[in-house]
Design a protein around this ligand. Sequence first.
Ligand code: DGT
Ligand code: CA
Ligand code: CA
Ligand code: ZN
Length: 571
Amino acid sequence: MTRNAEVARVLQEIGLLLEIEGKDRFKHLAYYRGVRSITSLGEDVESVAKRGALMDIPGIGKSLADVIKTYLETGEVRILNELRTRVPVNVLELDSIPGVGPKTIKLVYEKLGVTDIESLEKAANQGKLSSLPGLGEKTQKQIIEGIQIVRAGLERTLLSDAISVAEQIEKKLRKLKVVKQLTIAGSTRRRRETIGDIDFLLDATDPKTVMEEFVKFEGVATVIAQGPTKSSIRLESGLQVDLRVLPSESFGAGLQYFTGSVDHNVKLRSIAQKMGLRLNEYGLFKNEKKIAGDDEEGVYKALGLQWIPPELREDKGEIEAAQKKKIPTLVSMSDIRGDLHSHTDQSDGKNTIEEMLNTAQALEYEYYCVSDHTQSLTIANGMDESRLLKRIDEIDELNASGRWKMKILKGAEVDILADGGLDIEDDVLSQLDIVTGSIHSRMKDTKEIMTERVCTALENKYVHILGHPTGRLIGKRSEFEINLESVFETAQKHNVIMELNAHPQRLDLNAGNLRAATKIGLKIAINTDAHRISELDYMRFGVYQARRGWLTPDDVINTYPLKKLMRIIKK
Ligand code: DGT
Ligand code: CA
Ligand code: CA
Ligand code: ZN
């Protein structure tokens, strides 16, 4: 991570406070210029500072260089602290509101004592803004809307929700005859767990008609901007969608740039610079000549790099790997041969076993594991031993019936109890093909207790898979306290598979943990944990996450043929 954005924020805050204080007519302008320089800097500002070369950056003079240097070294700047005392206004927060700039902030601070979003909202709702010079009813309404936008923008959207919206929009846009190329970019293309806004890139013979259609789509709440090269809409859900027009000959460079991440791009640009080249969203240039940029592969190739799958573009070693031509072949949907964790209406699932099997069959799976909850999860109507034994007989019959081409595996998602024991007797567990052990209770246990609990369960000779290992629900519940390093070591010793739960709100393990697990040789099962037929489609989100964790088909046991799978999971 570079600290450029952080430094830019500091300069911006100083600039805003100076302008609002109003003692000097011009000083704030130097800070705003500094913000622009740092934001567009193709290099880590910290390394520039270390070289003593801050003043070589266009737009950075002596006093700004001092401020930046002090900030980087000490995390504080005196002038900012003094300004904050003299002008106690949360200027960055207020400035982020659409329709609110330094002049408005100064006015509402001086006339109404507004210092943050809350006090601004209150003043606006009381109608106090409209009576201020130069504001009026219309601006007041815009500011109220702007505050709502900022609030909505604070929340990110789950990848699955963003993708379903993005795919609907894509389908509609593609129907337009003038569209030549259209691609989803940004964090959606990188398959991040959550999405800030959706980014579309467009190459069209007549972009204007596309823009006109785009802002008229059903579900659009606000048109944030509509222009010849960029339009932005906000949907009723609060999600923002940007549509950007690129010239055909720059589409690859634009796609590369707007896919991000910013950190990945910063490093790529510095590689270009070292080669005496210049990289931006229009292409890769040698002097003024464009040497790449029509397509994305060409940009990477000209920089001496292998093409890098978008899921890896986070500056986590992918650029170094691409330089050595060591980008792994990542797992993909077509590698997946089955699903090893699913529920039916025997516990808390919504569909019958036959309905689930029919759907799995349609996905052309080679095997499919039915794994309902067990007895201590009473709210999920978990099965006791006798129900489980009946289920085992039932699955034997279903397999014997020949109605399904795939092998139906007998499983259960067994609760890990407070002491690390399981809630089903060994003689029943021993009759199952695959046992997944999961934590569903006492999630507030201390780190020591939880780690001990899970490790004890992994030592049990019937546990094959550890289900959703950290228990998080994105945006809702954080991971429970657990020492994953110990868990991974124990799993390795006892041949236990880690689950990558593909439920879009779980995606558990996360990308970093997947990398750590496979680094020590652990295998992963990508499982949907489907509770209804539609959720069998969650597999794709698991695969995206697996790719973000650098997983190859060999790391993922449900890419193996049945025989190999059964051999590998044996304890
Ligand atoms: P999000 O929307 O917060 O989930 O994340 P992104 O990655 O989609 O970010 P967004 O929508 O702000 O911008 C899309 C891409 O555009 C981003 O991943 C990289 C590129 N980009 C945007 N701003 C900058 C920048 O200041 N410098 C560089 N190098 N690239 C940028
Ligand atoms: Ca985005
Ligand atoms: Ca965007
Ligand atoms: Zn489950």
